[in-house]
Design a protein around this ligand. Structure first.
Ligand code: ZN
Length: 194
């Protein structure tokens, strides 16, 4: 099959796919290749729903910029599953928004990841695909509010733990920086904190 550039001016959805060359104007099924992920998508030259669905699922950032993302009535019903009734994002005080934000903070802290994770295009796509109404925290908010909050929580918890400990053993690591690790037994469990 030979592929030519962009197709039908009917919808800019088609602009994101390489369509097979054709001069036919009657409805027909075809396979197009996505410009962004080189995936083949089966659809019709008369209905944009499959192509819209592909963009929504795999490229939510591009989907959001389409002229009219929900022009297709069939697509409205699909959106009901992925968005809440008003189609708006969660408020910052929403329990699930806070829960996911905390998970991202813990992910960054425990895996020693760069704060730029929240600006990673692929990570944003992943989160938007998993939970379209979640708002990714900004890097600034992460460094000025969320991480200090997390740090305070960890310090408070550690202080409470250490108040109950009778013996604390320290080890010091001085290779490239000075790292002090405390080891203690609490509730019959060995703990190590740095
Ligand atoms: Zn794609």
């Amino acid at each position: 099959m030979s592929y030519v550039g962009k197709m039908s001016p009917k919808s800019n959805v088609y602009g994101h796919f390489i369509m097979p060359s054709s001069s036919e104007s009657k409805p027909r099924n075809l396979k197009a290749v996505c410009h962004h992920c080189i995936q083949t998508v089966a659809g019709s030259n008369k209905a944009t729903s499959n192509f819209r669905r592909h963009l929504e699922k795999n490229h939510p950032d591009i989907y959001a910029k389409l002229d009219d993302p929900v022009a297709d009535p069939k697509q409205l019903s699909v959106n009901k599953f992925t968005r809440n009734s008003t189609g708006t994002k969660w408020k910052s005080t929403d329990l699930r928004q806070m829960e996911l934000t905390n998970c991202i903070v813990a992910f960054i802290v425990h895996d020693l990841l760069s704060l730029s994770l929240v600006e990673s295009e692929r990570f944003c796509i992943l989160m938007a695909t998993a939970e379209p109404i979640f708002t990714m925290p900004s890097r600034k908010h992460l460094s000025s509010v969320l991480l200090p909050q997390h740090s305070t929580t960890v310090q408070t918890r550690l202080k409470i733990q250490l108040q109950q400990v009778q013996n604390l053993c320290l080890t010091i690591d001085t290779r490239s920086f000075i790292g002090v690790t405390g080891h203690f037994i609490l509730d019959h469990t060995i703990n190590s904190v740095m």
